[in-house]
Design a protein around this ligand. Structure first.
Ligand SMILES: *Cc1c(COP(=O)(O)O)cnc(C)c1O
Length: 407
């Protein structure tokens, strides 16, 4: 028989969302009259903006006519989209990033998982704890995880995010080669300020590390001192790759489109000491293993930058953030200890009375018919927390908050 990749055997069972679904199903079967409110899923709930929908209709018509048909496009993405991103997301914010440093993909998750293709296998990796599981699992698949003891892989450096550091990752004691940072953060909902990020950039420059910066929730930022791009920090271009997505920004979780910024000044070295451009390597990797995001998705993403598109996506973001505001005020008023919900659609709450994450999950479900996500599913430091999301209607959010006030 064919031999399989042993590293898959080292992965933790990803039972978080299936276990949540199992418990919800069981509860609903026993309590058919309870209207369950789901505040656990990390997916948007509102439709695509009109501007993108109309652009997709036009793009479909393009594909129906010989004169306007688009087959294989550039692997890096169409310049109509790369130019818009460079202009709106970077140059208008005073950041010097050009279109040829932007690679369009089918979403941030794939690019985050694929990026290690161009890095040496034996680079050491640091992640935060709690963490977006993709960073850990893709490294375990790639053979950098090592043995797992309890919640941790011995090959990975874990940087705790907890009350002691106000839920902001601090510099590690042991030097990693590659550092994954996510800000605004999933799952904690907290965001790194300019000052906090500057410490990381200075560290990466001094220690020759690479930062893989996930800013999937950039459009939810409301605080003035939270940068919208890591390249707002001086010197970041030499040490950081930025991953962005239209998924949470514009409701593209089903449409699929995102992009990765690999600055042309970002360099690595090969085993012979030759200096190599990461932009060139990523380009080579994409041209070989990827045939571009679909023309229709890219036209939909382009429409996000039209005046109507920009207005429409911000209305949707504000809709969710009104839910987040409601949740923060209500939960704090009820005496819960919470963070997040200011620059992100996530609220990270401490479980009351020393309950474990799953105990509190069961309590919320059985007492109030509300579904959250147990924090322990995101890492050992997440034990004793629960994540709630603002991806819901105002009505359901309000009802959930009233239920939770009843105790
Ligand atoms: C949702 C999310 C993404 C985006 O994933 P896509 O593949 O672009 O849909 C990336 N990182 C984090 C932390 C997320 O929560």
């Amino acid at each position: 028989m064919i031999r399989v990749n042993d590293n898959f055997g080292l992965l933790p069972e990803s039972y978080l969302f299936s276990e949540v679904a199992r418990r919800v199903k069981e509860f609903q079967e026993k309590n058919p009259d309870v209207k369950i409110i789901r505040m656990g899923i990390g997916d948007v709930t509102r439709p695509l903006c009109r501007a993108s929908v109309e652009a997709m209709h036009r793009a479909a018509d393009d594909e129906a006519d010989t004169a306007t048909f688009h087959g294989y496009g550039p692997e890096q993405g169409y310049s109509f989209l790369r130019d818009k991103i460079a202009d709106f997301d970077y140059q208008r914010r005073g950041i010097d990033i050009s279109a040829d440093e932007i690679f369009i993909g089918d979403g941030a998750k794939s690019d985050l998982g694929n990026f290690f293709d161009i890095l040496a296998q034996d680079n050491t990796v640091a992640v935060t704890d709690p963490v977006y599981p993709v960073y850990v699992d893709t490294n375990v698949m790639g053979g950098r995880g090592g043995k797992r003891t309890g919640e941790h892989h011995e090959g990975i450096i874990y940087i705790p995010i907890n009350k002691d550091n106000d839920y902001i990752p601090q510099l590690p004691g042991v030097r990693p080669d590659v550092i994954y940072l996510c800000s605004p953060n999933n799952p904690t909902g907290t965001a790194m300020t300019r000052g906090e990020l500057r410490k990381w950039i200075e560290y990466a420059r001094k220690e020759n590390c690479l930062i893989l910066f996930d800013s999937a929730y950039e459009s939810y930022i409301h605080s003035d001192d939270v940068p919208h791009s890591i390249y707002e920090i001086e010197g970041a271009k030499e040490v950081a790759v930025e991953f962005r997505s239209f998924s949470k920004t514009a409701g593209f979780t089903g449409v699929r489109c995102g992009y990765t910024v690999v600055p042309s000044v970002l360099k690595g070295k090969d085993s012979e000491g030759n200096v190599i451009s990461l932009n060139r390597l990523w380009n080579r990797r994409q041209c070989t293993k990827f045939n571009g995001a679909s023309y229709i998705s890219q036209r939909a993403a382009e429409a996000v930058y039209s005046p109507e598109g920009r207005k429409q996506i911000m209305e949707t973001v504000e809709y969710y953030m009104e839910n987040a505001r409601m949740m923060r005020e209500s939960l704090a008023g009820a005496g819960y200890e919470i963070v997040g919900g200011i620059d992100s659609p996530y609220i990270w709450m401490k479980t009351p009375d020393g309950m474990s994450s799953w105990e509190f999950f069961d309590f919320l479900l059985s007492r109030h018919g509300i579904v959250g996500t147990p924090g322990s599913g995101f890492g050992a430091e997440g034990e004793g927390y629960l994540r709630l999301t603002a991806f819901n209607t105002h009505e359901a959010t309000e009802e959930a908050m009233q239920r939770m006030h009843k105790k």
